[in-house]
Design a protein around this ligand. Structure first.
Ligand code: SF4
Length: 455
């Protein structure tokens, strides 16, 4: 069996499953957020009753992160609905925006979008917060009401996005009926050259197979390149499995996985035990492909879909209006560090916004010093508008007052993961997806450039 089949067989209580089988699987974790949580709660109450209780209060993780730092009253209300449900159900893991469990959330426009407005429990973007807070474990099944839930496949687990109706059912029962996806196998061989990042691997891969090239399939990664990829790198790659239509993406378990998961579960007091899956000798793949990492070059996905692949060096004619670093895919500490490495001592030529994915990342950028200067300050000195309020922000547009939102028909280069029309705001804007290195160099040049020219 493939890694995905092994996890689903175990979660279904079966010795063996194969692609195409329909099986009932037990969920280890259900995650929801402020956009889909209220709808999921509505389905749960309608189907299971107003007084129903969730199947397991320790396995439901609620992370407001999408439309948070906005004056939009409906968005603020969504966070309050989550809080009321958590109180009613006694849910253990809720990463609220405010500290008062009886309070209500209001964004203060007078204080502005840059200075911190969240409390001490807030965790930021769900897909980065889940591993940081110790909720991702090898061999487990994670469902989330968000398409990029597949990011947790970096940790050798089956992780996939589901809709509100399915999530309402999981809330009530802890189970879901799933068709076992066929697995596509990608061997990542060799090592990336300087200036080339994990984002370039996944943009290259999606360009190879198309934005629907893996529809309802699992992407399984292996190869000599894996040990060179950090957990952040693996998360970037697994995150964008959905941009090729995949059900999930999954990495093998190794010492790096164990080190990350063990430290995070211990730190946060979450469940420390897990059972990874190892590859079998007799796996059935529907597709096999080798990517030679040392041959990859900085890559860009052009407007309007993530498979419109070009090399950054071929796009020097594309003038830009804006650059953006943030999101679950490209707003991690390592993303900002690479971004800062290129920007250090330089100035951006276009409006450049930075939104760290989580408060922990804000802290790391402020406390990591290069030559006596915090990385945060290096970025601010380079002209980057940085916010202390982590979240999804302009990655998916959001309400009009969202920090960094593209409110007019601009051309924006971004470390985010999706560039369908209107994704970051204005429906006539254009979004070019690239690595943090390519976005940083392009912000300096005011046009798309190969970051190796700016290292
Ligand atoms: S950062 Fe963007 S892609 Fe990630 S969860 Fe938020 S909206 Fe979705």
């Amino acid at each position: 069996m493939t890694l995905t089949e092994k996890i689903l067989a175990r979660a279904a209580g079966k010795a063996h499953v194969q692609a195409g089988d329909n099986v009932w699987v037990d969920a280890d974790i259900l995650m929801t957020h402020d956009v889909c949580g209220p709808g999921t709660i509505g389905v749960f109450k309608r189907e299971f009753g107003q007084n129903a209780k969730v199947w397991n209060k320790d396995r439901v993780v609620i992370i407001p992160d999408h439309y948070i730092f906005t004056c939009d009253p409906k968005s603020n209300r969504n966070v309050d609905i989550l809080r009321e449900f958590v109180r009613e159900q006694g849910i253990t893991y809720f990463y609220d925006v405010i500290d008062d469990p009886a309070g209500s959330w209001r964004f203060d426009p007078a204080a502005g979008p840059v200075k911190r407005q969240h409390g001490s429990h807030y965790a930021g973007v769900c897909h980065v917060a889940l591993p940081q807070k110790g909720h991702t474990r090898p061999g487990e099944v994670l469902f989330g009401t968000d398409s990029h839930t597949c990011m947790a496949g970096a940790f050798n687990e089956f992780a996939t996005g589901i809709g509100n109706t399915d999530a309402g059912f999981v809330l009530g029962t802890g189970k879901l009926l799933l068709k076992v996806p066929a697995t596509m196998h990608f061997r990542l061989e060799g090592k990336l050259q300087p200036g080339v990042m994990a984002k370039d691997i996944i943009l290259h891969l999606i360009g190879e197979i198309g934005f629907d090239g893996a529809t309802y399939r699992a992407l399984q990664f292996s190869g000599s390149g894996i040990p060179h990829l950090s957990m952040d790198d693996r998360m970037t790659i697994a995150n964008m499995a959905i941009e090729a239509g995949a059900k999930n993406g999954i990495f093998p378990f190794d010492g790096r996985t164990a080190e990350y998961v063990d430290s995070r579960t211990r730190l946060n007091g979450t469940k420390t035990t897990y059972d990874p899956v190892e590859p079998d000798p007799d796996q059935n793949f529907v597709f096999e492909h080798v990517i030679e990492l040392d041959k990859l070059e900085p890559t860009v996905a052009c407007h309007p879909d993530p498979a419109r692949r070009r090399l950054a060096k071929e796009l020097g004619h594309v003038k830009l209006d804006r650059a953006y670093i943030g999101s679950c895919t490209g707003g991690k500490t390592s993303d900002f560090v690479e971004f800062a490495r290129i920007l250090r001592g330089k100035r951006v030529a276009i409006d450049t916004f930075g939104v760290p994915a989580t408060p922990e990342i804000v802290h790391e950028l402020k406390s990591t010093r290069w030559g006596g200067k915090p990385v945060w300050e290096i970025l601010v000195d380079a002209g980057v508008h940085l916010t202390e309020n982590p979240g999804c922000a302009a990655c998916l547009g959001g309400p009009l007052d969202t920090f960094g939102r593209v409110n007019s028909p601009l051309k924006c280069i971004s470390t985010t993961n999706r560039n369908f029309p209107g994704r970051m705001g204005h429906k006539e804007s254009q979004v070019f997806l690239a690595s943090p290195a390519t976005v940083a160099a392009s912000a300096v040049a005011g046009r798309i450039v190969d970051p190796r020219e700016y290292s």
